[in-house]
Design a protein around this ligand. Structure first.
Ligand code: ATP
Ligand code: MG
Length: 221
């Protein structure tokens, strides 16, 4: 359930520190009272039970990590969760170890092998992406799964291993109350248009880029 702090956390108060200190105590109280009423009004109109299509894209780090945060939250609520990984990532081992403890609640499928620059076999990459998509679609359709994470699917779409129209048609098969997260750089515009929640991670600094520091346990995998 949403709380008052959900909205206030991401909204700057309409009053600055300097302004606040220049107001008398009574004025300040009135102003804050009014603000509280506005928020309560907004919250009373908000509904809280729509299954979301969520996209994490952009060149900055954090797309998969943020998705895993939602996996963790969902597990904490006792929901069934499925993860299908389209590209084998460095992060697999640690997550796998911890996810094993939720074996009754969580399905984890690493379906990728690394893409063209490693395998140099486009046909095989397409095959792998298609297999990952079929697996993902099984979970998307299954109302038992409250959250489905398709990790790095955006890259498969960008490289043309999976057709965007096909993915969009698959999204429509999602039960209304289930959430679906699609991660990876270069999310296609059509997917962004269809999604309910889209976050673009912006690269400002990355230790590999500026300092040549390689992937570290706990941070990257
Ligand atoms: P993470 O899994 O850490 O949340 P991500 O999902 O946002 O990262 P991916 O595109 O999946 O990013 O890349 C995965 C790996 O590449 C991670 O180990 C991450 O640290 C690294 N990485 C992400 N962005 C950059 C970058 N701009 N330069 C170098 N390495 C990067
Ligand atoms: Mg990722």
């Amino acid at each position: 359930m949403k709380t008052d702090s959900d909205l206030s956390a991401n909204e700057t108060p309409d009053i600055s520190g300097a302004e606040a200190s220049s107001l008398g105590a009574e004025q300040y109280r009135k102003k804050m009272q009014r603000r509280k009423e506005v928020q309560e009004e907004r919250l009373s109109q908000a509904s809280s039970d729509k299954g979301l299509i969520i996209v994490h894209t952009g060149n900055g780090k954090g797309k998969t990590t943020a998705a895993l945060g939602m996996v963790l939250r969902s597990l904490g609520h006792g929901y069934q969760v499925a993860i299908v990984q389209f590209i084998k990532g460095a992060w697999e081992p640690a997550e796998k170890a911890i996810f094993g403890r939720f074996s009754g609640q969580l399905e984890f499928h690493a379906m990728g092998e690394g893409f063209t620059w490693e395998t140099q076999d486009r046909e095989r990459d397409i095959e792998k992406a298609r297999a990952a998509w079929s697996k993902g679609l099984e979970f998307i359709r299954n109302p038992d799964y409250k959250l489905v994470l398709l990790d790095e699917i955006n890259v498969a779409l960008k490289l043309g291993y999976l057709r965007v129209e096909e993915a969009l048609a698959g999204l429509e098969q999602k039960p209304p109350q289930s959430h679906l997260i699609l991660t990876g750089r270069g999310a296609p515009a059509e997917l962004i248009a269809r999604a309910d929640l889209v976050t673009e991670m912006t690269l400002i600094k990355h230790p590999l880029r500026e300092q040549g520091i390689k992937a570290q346990p706990g941070i990257e995998y």
